[in-house]
Structures are given as structure tokens and as C-alpha cells.
Ligand binder design. Structure first.
Ligand code: URA
Length: 274
């Protein structure tokens, strides 16, 4: 349905339309035509702030600073690297991320989604980015795919609470769950790399293609999953493996057998005598 179908004598009831959108999983109101907000010149005489048109009978809302979008991507990556390097603990890293204005995703996200599980665990899992549930709650993997991930871990005797530390390549939800852009990944990468270094797990598991590509340089998750490689945390070399994302497995349950192989391989790496 396009915007033009929502006006006129045959227009649907707005409440029903909104309910239908919600049921279909539409969670963001986007314009019909794409706009490059980075390319928009600052309106003259407005001090670089966006021009806001007041709604009839309402006062003009105060302009929000455009810090996230105003930082050039290269500057943002440099600043992310410096901030990540300065953080000496996971708490300091979370604080640094919370104050970081270089990634535009922060402006549309409800919460920073930093990590869950046990930072002392031997395994660290890194997913792609928060979805709607994670964004609302502020924790990674709490929606349907998170529940499947917990069941997968339980199948090899691991629990999120005790054995596994969980984070994402990107700590903010991309609007509408779209795939993160390479620029967004590049900007956020220094933070997740530092998070891995500070958590210092024995084994890194990249969950899904974007995480495997961003952290291990893998392309094609179906081809690269299940292969053990070395990952240099900056402090030491650890073992790393990529596996299929639970959201993919929910759509393609037959491929759970591939994920099961990866999980058994993870179990064997953790406990070679078992
Ligand atoms: N998918 C991810 O990759 N991460 C989450 O936290 C939730 C869903």
C-alpha cells in the first residue's frame, strides 16, 4: 500500500490501517522517497539546524542537535577508535559508547544494547544488531531468535547466565531491522573489537553473516560457517567460528542440522575430552 492509497473517499479507517501495519511488522514511519540527509545543505540563516514547520496551533518544538548525522564517517571511525582504545574496562566501554555521537543509528534507536550474559564466560557470541524487542528492552537476543539461541546453547549444556557473554556488531537497532550499511559497521567496529579484547573469551562465535564478515572477514556464511580460525583480540589469539543466525534458522528450519554441527564443534573445542 502506498501513501496515496490512504487518503480519499475509499481510504481505510486509520485505526485499522495502523493495526494492520503493526501486525505486518511495520515499526518505522518512513518517507516514500529516499532522502540523503547527509547531502542536505544547512538551511541559510538557521544556524545549521533543520527547519521545523510547526503543526497548526502547536508551538515549534525545540530543534534536536544533529550531532550523529553531522559527524563525517571518517572522523566518526577515528573517534570510535580513540574512545574504544581509552576504555580500560567493559563498564568504561559502555559509558564511552553511550556518549558516542558518531553513528546516526543512535538517533533512531530507543536504547543502547551493549551486552548480556556472563562477561567472565569462556564463550563470547556476537550477533548482527538489535531488533525491535532488543531495542525496547536494551539487551541483546531477547526476542524470538534470542529464545532459539538460548535453546541451542542449552542443547550443548551452556547457559547465557553462566557460560556465555553476548553482544552485537552494532549496539543500536537499524530502523526497520534493515541490514547495517558498511559505513555503520566500520564506525561501530572498534567498539565491538575492544569489547572482545576486554571480555577476553577463549572462543568467539560470530552469529550470522554480518558478524562473520565484520569480525572474521568471511563472505558467504553458508560456505564459511563451521570453520575454525584464529582471531587476534589485540591481547592474544583465540579460536573463532561462525554459525548461522537463529533468525535465519527460524525461516529455514531444515538448516538447523548445520547449526547443530557447529554447536557440537563448539562443545568439543570447549571440552576436548567430552
Ligand atoms: N539479532 C541479532 O543479531 N542480535 C540481536 O540482539 C537480536 C537479533
Amino acid at each position: 500500500m502506498s501513501l496515496s492509497d490512504t487518503v480519499g473517499p475509499d481510504a481505510p479507517d486509520p485505526y485499522e490501517l495502523l493495526s494492520w501495519y503493526a501486525e505486518m511488522g511495520v515499526t518505522e514511519a518512513l518517507d516514500e522517497t529516499p532522502r540523503n540527509h547527509f547531502a542536505d545543505p544547512a538551511p541559510a540563516g538557521n544556524n545549521g539546524q533543520p527547519r521545523l514547520r510547526p503543526l497548526p496551533g502547536r508551538p515549534t518544538p525545540p530543534a534536536r542537535p544533529m550531532a550523529a548525522a553531522a559527524t563525517a564517517p571518517d572522523d566518526a571511525t577515528l573517534s570510535a577508535k580513540a574512545l574504544a582504545r581509552e576504555a580500560r574496562t567493559l563498564d568504561e566501554l559502555r559509558t564511552a559508547l553511550a556518549g558516542f555521537e558518531g553513528c546516526a543509528l543512535k538517533a533512531t534507536a530507543k536504547n543502547l544494547v551493549f551486552a548480556d550474559g556472563n562477561p567472565e564466560g569462556r564463550v563470547m557470541m556476537v550477533g548482527e544488531a538489535p531488533g525491535a524487542d532488543e531495542d525496547r528492552i536494551g539487551l541483546p537476543f531477547v526476542g524470538r531468535s534470542g529464545q532459539l539461541l538460548d535453546r541451542m546453547l542449552a542443547a550443548i549444556g551452556l547457559s547465557r547466565k553462566e557460560d556465555v557473554y553476548i553482544a552485537n556488531l552494532l549496539p543500536w537497532r537499524p530502523p526497520g531491522n534493515r541490514t547495517p550499511t558498511p559505513q555503520e559497521v566500520a564506525i561501530c567496529l572498534p567498539f565491538i573489537q575492544r569489547q572482545i579484547e576486554l571480555a577476553d573469551p577463549d572462543i568467539l562465535v560470530c552469529v550470522g553473516g554480518p558478524s562473520a564478515q565484520g569480525l572474521l572477514g568471511f563472505t558467504g556464511i553458508l560456505r564459511s560457517r563451521g570453520k575454525w580460525v584464529e582471531y587476534d583480540t589485540g591481547a592474544r589469539r583465540i579460536q573463532a567460528i561462525a554459525t548461522l543466525h537463529p533468525a535465519y534458522l527460524l525461516r529455514r528450519p531444515l538448516d538447523k542440522r548445520l547449526a547443530w554441527r557447529d554447536l557440537r564443534s563448539l562443545k568439543a573445542a570447549l571440552d576436548p575430552k567430552s
